[in-house]
Ligand binder design. Structure first.
Ligand code: MN
Length: 237
């Protein structure tokens, strides 16, 4: 049987002038039964249109901070490097994907981008703007839990994993501030930050603040999330 093609948004390194990919995203999708394809960094609407015709789902990867201008805020000193190219590309991709009801999974920057693109805002830097004792930016190794999240009862992640408290890794300095109106929360960290969201009126639009691409080898719940994404790309229900 043909595998679902998952378009993977490229990582960008401005210093090395490169587009690149962490194997964890690609291998995690392969392991989950999908066929991951790293996309070119492009803002060409024709190419974006062709990408949307060619893929069964989209993976919004981690990466630079979303530009504050994108969600209507002034850039603060605590905001780190941004990628306006990715912002523009992902904006076009996401709008097209939502129109076609293509499955989308957002990871780390992916949840932040999704929230910003749909009308929400972000904390530009958790340590500067959100008082917490929870470690959200853990040191390596990244495949071990850093804190817990509480899964919203009856939410899709709770239904999938069957637990309420979920240990997750954590490697982010930004987070959802004002939730975008079309999104619903499905996971919250111990200190009240939004760590998982979904779009109820779409086939599958999910995003998590943690990093299943680092943890799927050792953590069954991370594998389950990737598997569910790939399964839903097949339009089986
Ligand atoms: Mn976290």
């Amino acid at each position: 049987m043909k595998k679902s093609v998952i378009g993977v948004v490229p990582l960008v390194d401005y210093e090395k002038e490169s587009w690149w990919m962490l194997p964890g995203y690609m291998e995690g999708i392969l392991e989950a039964g999908g066929f991951p394809v790293m996309l070119p960094l492009t803002q060409d609407s024709g190419v974006i249109g062709q990408i949307l015709e060619s893929v069964d789902g989209l993976l919004l990867t981690g990466g630079q901070d979303v530009s504050p201008e994108f969600y209507g805020e002034e850039r603060l000193d605590c905001c780190k490097e941004c990628s306006p190219e990715r912002d523009r590309m992902e904006d076009l991709l996401l709008k097209g994907a939502l129109q076609k009801d293509l499955p989308v999974l957002g990871i780390c920057r992916g949840i932040q981008f999704l929230n910003a693109a749909l009308g929400g805002t972000l904390y530009q830097d958790i340590p500067s703007q959100y008082k917490t004792g929870v470690t959200h930016c853990q040191r390596p190794p990244y495949d071990v839990p850093a804190h817990e999240v509480e899964l919203t009862e009856g939410g899709p992640l709770h239904r999938l994993l069957g637990c309420v408290r979920l240990p997750v890794n954590s490697y982010h300095h930004q987070a959802v501030k004002k939730l975008a109106p079309p999104l619903k929360v499905m996971a919250v960290s111990e200190d009240g930050l939004t760590e998982g969201v979904y779009m109820p009126d779409r086939r599958f639009v999910w995003a998590v603040q943690w990093h299943p691409e680092f943890s799927w080898r050792s953590d069954e719940n991370s594998r389950k999330i990737l598997k569910e994404f790939v399964r839903r790309c097949k339009n089986e229900d």
